[in-house]
Design a protein around this ligand. Structure first.
Ligand code: NAI
Ligand code: MG
Length: 487
């Protein structure tokens, strides 16, 4: 079995302690590799390396050169799509077609930020004096980046690409469950991109022993995090001590709203796709399905009919539509919510683990539909992060908006209707950072990604994503040749 090393200051290293962590294949419950189990001493090395790389050179590399490096990365990722996708599926469980989609998106993300690098610029301000007033945009410095396990390589790209585009250096920690493709990316970074050493450091280990010291480290200027609200809050508190900038993407309990005049077939598929894609391990999952009463029963029946045919299996099997959950821990968490759900609402479909003998060793959970769910129920309020849909009926537009917004979260929402006037009335009222109309989940690197309310702080992707890694410097150039003549 392979024991990988991690990339710190341009060198492939083990953890200083020599300890390693097991990387699992969630479809079989078997160990597929081992990675270094880093700790504070390794974080310190990586953070100092990133600091040095920034101070001693990276900050002066031209935007054109940074862009070219990102293009080279994109090119190599595109060449390696198949191998990277297989590795992603083996480690995360997701169906191979979804991994291929993700890895292509990774390349697109590097391309986008490669192009954007030369388009970031400051401004000349119209001040009332004989002077030139400038607002320069400069890189923040060292970015600590902590990512989750649901889109392992894509989340790494969403973090690394805008940081390099803006001129920052990076220490990235993948989730402990899914480090495989991040290490593969480190190898690409090391081999093809001519990145000076220390510009990107990738260290493996868990949250408390690697993530926490990274957040606390004085050489790190900014933390970008995607994950749970609980850890997001902890990061913000800890970052206060060194006054780091933080951006947080924290998931949600997103409403997927179906009016009676929606196209029926699209609605059924859109509701299922909204919450069952990627096994429901999606921050923007449409886990609350709000259906207007005239179509409530008919749509529920149609969803159940289709949900029963969703094929569970290894992500490597091309027939698979839903893979295992990422870890035993996550499977158990989802099973606990299903138990709660059975007491709070009615089960229309699924509700447990599949019975097929070949699925017993992996972390599989059936696609589950609860109906007649009250919006105050635990399964309507808390993020489950698994294939669990809570179906909630509503009467009219006002009712739909009230239920949709009655949540501490505000990441995403979707509205389905043929009435453009109604759609826009609802869109304007929804408290969410992302709103889809007659679809749910398409995501583009060109468009901003992030949440209202407790779903986070800041925006990823597009120019907004690069902005999170920049700071503004005001420069005033006096053009009056005479002395100030004040004293
Ligand atoms: P988590 O928030 O604990 O893990 C996300 C990342 O944060 C991982 O890399 C982890 O190692 C790191 N981390 C954990 N504790 C940390 C700490 N004290 N300081 C710094 N970094 C730390 O998420 P977990 O436990 O894997 O999943 C729990 C729940 O979180 C899920 O059921 C889901 O509801 C939510 N979640 C949301 C995600 C999103 O995309 N918004 C992604 C993953 C989980
Ligand atoms: Mg956790």
């Amino acid at each position: 079995m392979k024991t990988y090393q991690m990339l710190v200051d341009g060198a492939w290293v083990a953890a200083e302690s020599g300890r390693t962590l097991a990387v699992m294949n969630p479809a079989t419950g078997e160990v597929m590799a081992r990675v270094p189990e880093a700790a504070a001493a390794d974080v310190d090395k990586a953070a100092r390396a990133a600091r040095r790389a920034f101070d001693e050179g990276w900050r002066d590399v031209t935007a054109q050169e940074r862009g070219r490096i990102l293009f080279r990365l994109a090119e190599q990722v595109r060449k390696d799509v198949k191998a990277l996708a297989e590795l992603e599926t083996l480690n995360s469980g997701k169906p191979l077609v979804e991994s291929e989609y993700d890895i292509n998106d990774v390349a697109t993300c590097f391309e986008y930020y490669g192009g954007l690098a030369t388009k970031l610029h400051g401004e000349v301000l119209n001040v009332p004096d004989n002077a030139v007033s400038l607002a320069l945009r400069e890189p923040l410095g060292v970015a600590g980046q902590i990512i989750p396990w649901n889109y392992p390589l894509l989340m790494a790209a969403w973090k690394i690409a805008p940081a390099l585009c803006a001129g920052c250096t990076v220490v990235l920690k993948p989730a402990e469950a899914t480090p495989a493709t991040a290490i593969a990316l480190a190898r690409i970074l090391d081999a093809v991109s001519d990145l000076p050493k220390g510009v990107v450091n990738i260290i493996t280990g868990d949250g408390p022993t690697v993530g926490a010291p990274l957040v606390a480290h004085p050489a790190v200027d900014k933390i970008a995090f995607t994950g749970s609200v609980e850890v997001g809050k902890r990061i913000m508190r800890s970052a206060a001590d060194t006054l780091k900038k933080v951006s947080l993407e924290l998931g949600g309990k997103s409403p997927n709203i179906f009016f009676a005049d929606a196209d029926f077939e699209s609605a059924v598929d859109g509701a299922l796709f909204g919450v069952f894609v990627n096994q429901g391990e999606v921050c923007s999952a449409g886990s609350r399905v709000l259906i207007q009463r005239p179509i409530y029963k008919k749509m529920l029946d149609a969803m159940v009919e289709k949900a029963k045919r969703i094929k569970l299996g290894s992500g490597m099997d091309p027939a698979t539509k839903m893979g295992p959950l990422v870890s035993k821990e996550q499977m158990e968490r989802v099973m606990r919510y299903q138990e709660i759900g059975r007491k709070e609402a009615k089960v229309a479909s699924g509700g447990g683990r599949p019975r097929e003998p070949e699925l017993q060793k992996g972390y599989f959970v059936e696609p589950t539909i609860f109906y007649d769910v009250d919006n105050s129920a635990t399964i309507a309020r808390e993020e489950i992060f698994g294939p669990v849909m809570s179906v909630i009926p509503f009467d009219d537009e006002k009712d739909a908006i009230r239920i949709a917004n009655d949540t501490p979260f505000g990441l995403a929402a979707a509205v389905w209707s043929r009435d453009i006037f109604k759609v826009f009335r609802v869109v304007r009222r929804l408290q969410a950072g992302i709103v889809w109309v007659n679809h749910m989940q398409p995501t583009y690197v060109e468009a901003p990604w992030g949440g209202y309310k407790m779903s986070g702080i800041g925006r990823e992707l597009g120019p907004w994503g690069a902005e999170e890694y920049l700071q503004v410097k005001q420069v005033h150039v006096n053009l009056n040749e005479a002395p100030i003549a004040w004293y």
